[in-house]
Design a binder for this molecule. Sequence first.
Ligand code: AMP
Length: 517
Amino acid sequence: MNIATLLYEAAARSPGAPAVCEGDSVLRDYRELAERARAVGDALVHRHGARPGDRIALAMRNTPHYWEILFGAWWAGLVVTPMNARLHPEEFAALIEDCAARVCVATDDLTGPLAAQGLGATALTGAAELVETAGRAGIRPPAPAAPGDPAWLFYTSGTTGRPKGATLTHGNLRAATDSALADLGSGVDASLLHIAPLSHAGGLFGLAFVARSRAQVFPRDGVVDAVTLGEGLRAFGPTSFFAVPTILRRLLDPALLPDEAAGHVHRILYGGAPMYAEDLKKVIARFGPERLWQGYGQGESPGTITHLRPEDHRGEDPVALGRRLESVGRARTGVEVRVVDESGREVPAGTVGEVTVSGATVMAGYWNDPEATARALRGGRLHTGDLGRLDADGLLTLVDRAKDLIISGGSNIYPREVEEVLLRHASVAEAAVVGAADPEWGELPVAFVVLRDGDGAREGRGKRAEELERHCLAHMARYKRPRQFRFVPALPKNSYGKVLKTELRGLVGQSPPDRTG
Ligand code: AMP
């Protein structure tokens, strides 16, 4: 079943229900959203020559057009590659090249930089222009798609630094949606306010809300402040939203989310990065346990591994409650979680090992990367790279994650990518990047750098740091740049010559075990 059928059915069931809204205005009802999505699909096929299975890359900030384009591509049997809008043009180009996209659809702010970058054989088109010129077309069922046909390439870079597209099929997205419908309970009986990028969990969760013909609400003009949040939460009845821990922490501040507006929050879906226990206590105190739901997932099993339900956020017994709040909850509907040792054998309850997953949500593999696929799916199970322990009662607690990944404000930063860019600078001999604990962002990248001209560099270190920062900004998304450069005479290494990142983390004060997820 084509995943666009979710929209086709919603339009048949509730044609007049608000589908896409901005601020307090309804932009599209479900009939119009479906008509426009079909027309966008037709335009991609007839104007751009896209054929079923072709990739359509999306370089889009959150705009109300996102849904028309996402569903439009699926409607015509095409595969979407949603990309984080904060990427550098070079990074966009690498993903577009990897998936050999036929078309890249970009929001107006990104068309200029992408055109200047050059995208080879990939056609570039503006999102608003595509939707406006496509117009509306009578509703017709979406193109046929088998459950195993690719629908969404979810890019992650992994520790090798090479971008890897987790290939999510129509069947995977359907399974993730069904799991969300089963596990979010009344959380989906609400509108969904988009304050997180649709290219990640925000978009994935949105599918369950389409399945219930609920409104997708965008803050006015894409601005997230006290006025637009209040408006977005009030305008369309009970409203849920997804937020990563960094944003959720900011929403504790009444200057950003005034009490009156907070009263309109129906359910907060949070996750995507570890949530610290102290922060979670404050979040519970402000919003109440019954309005909170945590999800643990990854692109490879889209947003769907375990969850901590609203009722798990409260309890009489402080010890049991503390244990739950430190965990990421229990397996999601349709997902089987096992913790295994290095040889793939299940470890006893309470023992730390790698979290593995099986179920209909698990990706088909990485796009054009059979080796990485075989590694990630060995023994028929998804190896998440996260370390955790599963207790006898099914609670999963993450103790650390794939060693080196840095998660800053919910966004993954792969040290290797940053190191590769640093090494492209003529004065850098060696570089190693690790995460330093940060109360606001969770972690921030710190670079250890060995300079070619040795420790006694002629210019001041401050000047060198500024130069390296400029170099990073010229080649990578801003959020990935190291916030600190430490110049060292040599990097600590083991006898195989591998850099000992654990030692470096010790130097910057990273303390993994006290996190709750
Ligand atoms: P991504 O594929 O970009 O969604 O990143 C997935 C990774 O983020 C997971 O493998 C975890 O390491 C981390 N992650 C996601 N959700 C949570 C959570 N609720 N608690 C702790 N870590 C999380």
